[in-house]
Design a protein around this ligand. Structure first.
Ligand SMILES: Cc1cc2nc3c(=O)[nH]c(=O)nc-3n(C[C@H](O)[C@H](O)[C@H](O)COP(=O)(O)OP(=O)(O)OC[C@H]3O[C@@H](n4cnc5c(N)ncnc54)[C@H](O)[C@@H]3O)c2cc1C
Length: 369
């Protein structure tokens, strides 16, 4: 540690659910926390925007109520593959929530708890206890890395450097203004629709607003968003959902080349760095548990730090809590990405829809009381 660094100070790098909630918890515990977020203001993020019951629980444990964000109750899951549709009640009610709204509210809560929010300040690199940003250099006793999908110079995820670990998927997200009829047809379900080169998730996130989030293998991408939409709309179900609907962003949010399935090992990392959220464990999007993992990692990191534990102990605890769930989610993700298995699964589940609810339960993050 550098002599001039304030004892107990922390720099949290990245203001998504992981970073904002870690900053909130540490600030509430009386720590001097600086939270760096590169975006100047509220912004959309690629996400299916399904807030699982585990994520809701962790938010409420911080006295943060997700229902006040205008979220929509999601209590059913509908799997669509070709002409087959299977529907079941979810074991527990999730929420459809706009990430722009939720992430902003979490940043405000962290700030209200006393964290110094440094907006529009992009972290360029880190070394030892120093953070180099677009606005200068900053030192803190502890660094918590929560930049999500984005690797940072001086702290790349070890597995991200190994070729072959990155599945070549492209992610797309768009909000659509839908008609009253489309809203009624979508109802309170999250729809998972298999397509030739991946799958997409559809659900409501606000009155008359549908989130559309697709994960498509690169070899199936025809080169442009309009071309992708045209191809997807060859499926009757997708065509019905999009017919006459209006795109609400100028262009979709996109992401590519993420190392899905990667869970950090204690030995992988440089000493002194707490990795949170997607930086620590990147689960398959299909199960809608990424935000739950982000929130859990933040709670565990704050608790470990305040108890005087180091990053290696924290990482071991996190692996124990999320490792199995990520493995199961990846298995489902691989199956759902293959059109034939997706079709077979939809057919089989058609005989016993309650199995679908059981499947949804099995892939959830297990909660330790
Ligand atoms: C296609 C897809 C669908 C998904 N669907 C769901 C779903 O339905 N439900 C669910 O729970 N999860 C879902 N996820 C996962 C979920 O989005 C992530 O797990 C979650 O956002 C992780 O939170 P985080 O705080 O780690 O990172 P992020 O939410 O990505 O936040 C990182 C923050 O760091 C900031 N940042 C990045 N680099 C820098 C820098 N250099 N300096 C300063 N700030 C920086 C970013 O601006 C951002 O605000 C999905 C993911 C994908 C790819």
């Amino acid at each position: 540690m550098v002599g001039s660094v304030a004892a107990g100070s922390a720099a949290v790098l990245g203001g998504g659910p992981a970073g904002a909630s870690a900053a909130l918890l540490l600030a509430r515990a009386g720590r001097d926390v600086h939270l760096f977020e590169r975006q100047e203001g509220p912004h959309h993020k690629i996400c299916g925007e399904f807030l699982s019951v585990e994520a809701q629980r962790d938010l409420r444990a911080m006295a943060f109520e997700p229902l006040r964000l205008g979220a929509v109750a999601i209590d059913r899951v509908r799997i669509v593959s070709g002409s087959a549709t299977v529907e079941a009640r979810l074991p527990l009610t999730g929420l459809g929530v706009s990430r722009l709204v939720m992430d902003e509210a979490l940043l405000e809560a962290a700030q209200a708890a006393g964290a110094h929010l440094r907006r529009g300040e992009k972290v360029l690199s880190i070394d030892d206890c120093a953070v180099h940003t677009t606005k200068g250099r900053f030192e803190a006793e502890t660094l918590l890395l929560a930049t999500g999908k984005h690797d940072l110079r001086g702290a790349r995820r070890p597995s991200a450097e190994r070729p072959g670990r990155r599945a070549d998927y492209l992610g797309f997200k768009m909000h659509w203004r839908i008609s009253a009829g489309q809203e009624a047809a979508l109802g309170n379900a999250v729809e998972l629709v298999a397509c030739d080169h991946g799958y997409l998730g559809l659900q409501r996130v606000a009155p008359r607003v549908m989130n559309f989030c697709a994960l498509i293998r690169r070899d199936g991408f025809t080169g442009s968003w309009p071309a992708l939409l045209a191809e997807l709309a060859r499926q009757d179900h997708i065509a019905r959902r999009l017919d006459g609907a209006t795109e609400l962003f100028a262009r979709p949010c996109t992401v590519a080349g993420l190392p899905y399935g990667q869970v950090q090992r204690p030995a992988d990392d440089r000493a002194g760095l707490f990795r949170l959220g997607d930086q620590a464990a990147l689960t398959a999007p299909l199960t809608g548990d990424g935000m739950a993992i982000a929130l859990r990692s933040a709670a565990l990191a704050a608790e470990s730090l305040l108890a005087g534990m180091g990053p290696a102990d924290y990482t071991r605890r996190l692996r124990r809590e999320v490792g199995a769930q990520v493995r199961k989610a990846m298995l489902l993700h691989r199956l759902a990405s293959l059109p034939l298995t997706a079709r077979l699964a939809a057919g089989l589940l058609g005989f016993c829809p309650p199995l679908l609810g059981r499947m949804a339960a099995v892939t959830r993050l297990q909660t330790t009381p």
